[in-house]
Design a protein around this ligand. Structure first.
Ligand code: TTP
Ligand code: MG
Length: 360
């Protein structure tokens, strides 16, 4: 593949920054956005609040202990979506090759613009700051993986270029969690054998990588060496992904069935990570010894790419299924995709809040 020029942009403290723009009195202050109620979590917080150790996904009550003087605001998802739309309009004014990754994150392929990439980033930053009052961090490199690593380099309002000669040195000190495509379960397994950094991961052979990451092993092997041929794609066609297996002899042993579902959940969530997408519907398919096929689905409240959540949901579906015959085949599939992770968060928060209120 010819050398490409990819930009990854990620808005700084997105929800909190929008709140600060909408209410300038909040500028420079620790602003924490999230669900209140006893089970509420932090969606994000301003960089001023991060100094106190507050971060996304932290329970609200802990945030309040760490930063008692913080300004706590509810999630206004419609407003953030509105602003996000304007951000994407600005990105589309640069090129059509824009891939939305989440509400505040995108890849741009500017190879064919033949312009200075730093200048392009500065134009984007200026337009977004000028029209929306917001800052972002951008990474420039020759593939998506490295562009994303670069945008994360010196947040907020960062700009970092990673060129070919900087790889793999620049990657070596990074924790393995920075590698797009390595899921939570793989991180746990690698930590167990003492692997925490990319430098340590670089020591594994291709076969070992396949052992730890399944069929994406080679891709990750290449990625940490600076090879990533994924295209910046403007649309997604996939409707569902699934795995199934037929047993050598029929079984009704739940432990065996759960083992298979666990493996499938891992493979499928790795695919989600790989594609930067999230699924909402989980389906278990069972074919009994009389060749009848039964499918049961569950649609979650929020999109997920979490191995644990997919596994647990699959187990739940299986546990609700009355196994009265031998099972020939079991399958697991995921559908109902989005590439915008936090789309449904406000609704989820709302449900949590209502529940919280009932408990009081
Ligand atoms: P991020 O880009 O991960 O975070 P951020 O923009 O707030 O901060 P950063 O400067 O580090 O990029 O996520 C974008 C938005 O998505 C964030 O503003 C709020 C929302 N979000 C959640 O609701 N829950 C989460 O756990 C995370 C990570 C983000
Ligand atoms: Mg962001």
């Amino acid at each position: 593949m010819d050398k490409r020029v990819i930009i990854h942009v990620d808005m700084d403290a997105f929800f909190a920054s929008v709140e600060q723009v909408d209410n300038p009195k909040l500028k420079g202050k620790p602003v924490i956005v999230g669900g209140d109620g006893p089970r509420g979590v932090v969606s994000t917080c301003s960089y001023e609040a991060r100094k106190y150790g507050v971060h996304s996904a932290m329970p609200m009550f802990i945030a309040k202990q760490l930063c008692p003087k913080g300004i706590y605001l509810p999630v206004r998802h419609n407003r953030y979506s509105e602003v996000s739309k304007k951000v994407f309009e600005i990105l589309h004014s640069i090129t059509d090759l824009v891939e939305a990754v989440s509400i505040d994150e995108a890849y741009l392929d500017i190879t064919n613009l033949n312009e200075n990439p730093i200048q392009i980033v500065n134009i984007i930053k200026k337009r977004i700051k000028g029209r929306l009052g917001l800052t972002l961090s951008a990474g420039i490199s020759y593939n998506k993986f490295l562009a994303k690593i670069a945008s994360d380099w010196n947040k907020p309002n960062g700009l970092k270029v990673i060129t070919e000669d900087m790889v793999p040195e620049i990657l070596k000190p990074l924790p393995i969690s920075k590698v797009h495509g390595i899921g939570e379960r793989s991180i746990e397994r690698l930590n167990e054998i003492g692997i925490y950094t990319i430098e340590q991961l670089l020591k594994l052979t291709e076969d070992q990588m396949i052992y730890y990451f399944g069929k994406y092993g080679i891709e990750i092997y290449n990625r940490i060496r600076g090879i990533d041929n994924r295209l910046v794609s403007t649309e997604r066609e996939m409707k569902s992904i699934g795995r199934e297996t037929t047993f050598p002899s029929d079984t009704s042993d739940k432990e065996i069935l759960k083992e298979v579902l666990t493996d499938f959940a891992e493979e499928l969530t790795n695919s989600l990570l790989e594609e930067s997408i999230y699924a909402k519907t989980i389906t278990v398919k069972i074919k009994t010894q009389d060749f009848k096929t039964h499918t049961r689905s569950k649609t979650l409240k929020d999109y997920t790419n979490s191995f644990k959540e997919v596994k647990q949901t699959a187990f739940e579906i299986l546990d609700n299924y009355n196994i009265d015959k031998g099972i020939r085949l079991i399958g697991l599939s995921l559908s109902n995709f989005t590439n915008v992770r936090y789309q449904q968060l406000s609704i989820f928060d709302w449900v949590v809040n209502i529940k919280g209120k009932e408990e009081v």
